[in-house]
Design a protein around this ligand. Structure first.
Ligand code: CDV
Length: 310
């Protein structure tokens, strides 16, 4: 039986502060329909796919930011995504700001199967940025103010004929993210990102270097764990802040096999044969044969780097 999953990555163009959820969902629905028309099995949406990247805005009273969060999923604005997915028989993955019933705030991703059941939930572990206003920055990145670190680890799910994993934006820069999923046999990692084109703390860093970092970490994650990686950007100018594009699909050899060409809403597609993961999983990256965990203790016992004394 073929284990090919036709994956659509639905890059979002910019979402403005005043855009309603309904307006944004209509854009996502267009891309979902395009993916389904192309016989895709699953469509991946980006990080904070329903709103602008609101952590760039400082608000003294955190409670006032709750309007950016979803307290139920599906809710009235997002139900059309679930209804249409069920009608079209396509799965999807969506990232949104989650406010739980017990008042916790997470940057959350869900995996929805082809019958529109939520089969997986992940909450962003590596929150970049800062919690307080920092005047020296050209713009703010307040994820640490508005979100708590995810409390679910890096689970994987067996669905759509394979082993699926998720992570969100900054998570892709950490090899631990991919390795923990790799250790559970992951075959396709889906992630969304909202990444500024330039660095607010390093203006001389070029957009090209930052795009290189974007692809480098996803390509390394794919190769070192012998899995497919799909990365979905929110791109373009949001309220004067430019976000990088570069959405892509990467094979288990770490090669980019599909790449978005625009800074707008754009769907890219690739047939991801999950059996292509097997060769590297059984040879170079046969973890059972080659890993030496007796030397890896520092990874989970120490957070920061401790160089030897001078
Ligand atoms: N949304 C993000 O997590 N963005 C970070 C930026 C701030 C560096 C990223 O890693 O792309």
């Amino acid at each position: 039986m073929s284990r090919t999953v036709r994956v659509a990555v639905a890059q979002s163009g910019p979402i403005q502060k005043t855009d309603s959820r309904e307006h944004v969902v209509a854009r996502l629905l267009e891309m979902m329909k395009q993916a389904a028309a192309g016989k895709c099995n699953i469509v991946l949406f980006t990080e904070l796919a329903l709103t602008t990247f609101f952590p760039r805005y400082y608000e003294e009273d955190r409670g006032k930011m709750d309007d950016w969060f979803e307290s139920g999923m599906p809710n009235s604005a997002t139900r059309p995504l679930f209804d249409t997915a069920r009608e079209l028989g396509i799965g999807f993955s969506l990232v949104f700001a989650e406010l739980t019933a017990d008042q916790h705030h997470y940057n959350t991703q869900i995996l929805v199967d082809t019958q529109a059941n939520i089969v997986g939930r992940y909450r962003k572990v590596h929150l970049p940025g800062h919690a307080e206003y920092e005047p020296e920055r050209a713009w703010q990145h307040l994820e640490k103010r508005y979100f708590e670190p995810g409390n679910l680890g890096f689970p994987v799910w067996r669905t759509m004929g394979g082993v699926m994993g998720m992570c969100i934006c900054n998570d892709r820069r950490w090899p631990e993210t991919f390795r923990v999923m790799g250790l559970q046999g992951v075959e396709l990692v889906m992630l969304g990102y909202n990444t500024p084109t330039l660095n607010s703390m390093k203006p001389e860093e070029t957009a090209a270097t930052r795009m290189h970092h974007n692809h480098l970490c996803m390509q390394a994650g794919a190769y070192q764990n012998a899995c497919w990686v799909a990365g979905c950007a929110k791109a373009g100018d949001e309220d004067g802040h430019d976000l990088m594009a570069g959405s892509c699909i990467i094979n288990p050899d770490g090669e980019i096999v599909a790449l978005a060409q625009s800074n707008e809403d754009e769907v890219i597609v690739h047939d991801c044969d999950l059996d292509e993961c097997a060769f590297l999983k059984k040879t170079t990256f046969d973890f059972d044969a080659h890993r030496r965990i007796e030397h890896y203790g520092l990874i989970s016992s120490q957070t920061g780097a401790v160089p030897p004394p001078e």
